[in-house]
Ligand binder design. Structure first.
Ligand code: IMP
Length: 187
């Protein structure tokens, strides 16, 4: 790799305005995990991570839930490569196990319009899940178009496009250890 490429820092990119530090996120995720462990005590929940954005949140969250549990993934197409929802929801990768009779906890990075989650929750109920709850790291509540109950919410955020800790813009910035507002998507 050339020396000019290594000199550029992705983590302190000037187009990013930090919103939550890695420490703030770790503290909040640990609190959420403890609350989930209390609520599901005696049960065996199946955590369903929504790819790709939730992969870092899910991996930290499960390590704070001191319970026997299962982990599965789904992938849903929503935004393509842009910053606004197309309104179109499609399952790109489905679960590998049946959910009938299971207590499902969906783990999502961010709830924006709510279109993705309202579709997913209805779909899992339709497959006979015993219960379906939602844990979301971020709630962009001002933009909601469909009512969605977030049972475990990390942080409420204003209407801005955010990246980091798994969240991307056109597949970039997922590796930031913190969450930041992307100031100019065209920069
Ligand atoms: P919704 O269906 O509009 O609620 O959108 C949910 C999905 O859109 C999330 O799982 C993210 O993948 C994506 N998304 C929404 N807002 C943002 C954002 O600010 N940054 C990155 N991805 C976002």
């Amino acid at each position: 790799m050339s020396s000019s490429a290594t000199a550029l820092s992705e983590f302190s990119n000037p187009n990013l305005e930090p919103l939550f530090t890695a420490e703030q996120i770790q503290t909040r995720v640990a609190e959420m995990g403890a609350e989930i462990a209390r609520d599901y005590a005696g049960g065996t929940p199946l955590l369903v991570g929504v790819l790709k954005g939730a992969y870092i949140f899910l991996s930290d969250l499960v390590r704070s839930i001191d319970l026997r549990l299962g982990v599965e993934f789904m992938a849903i197409s929503s935004y393509g490569m842009g910053t606004r929802s197309s309104g179109e929801v499609r399952i790109v990768k489905d679960l590998d196990v049946p959910v009938e009779g299971r207590d499902i906890l969906i783990v999502e990075d961010i709830v924006d319009t709510g279109l993705t989650l309202s579709y997913l929750i209805a779909s899992l109920h339709g497959r006979g899940a015993k219960s379906v709850r939602l844990a979301a790291l971020l709630d962009k509540w001002e933009r909601r178009e469909r009512e969605v109950t977030i049972d475990y919410c990390g942080f409420r955020i204003p209407d801005a496009f955010v990246v980091g800790y798994g969240l991307d813009f056109a597949e970039r910035y997922r590796n930031l250890p913190y969450v930041a507002v992307l100031k100019d998507p065209n920069a």
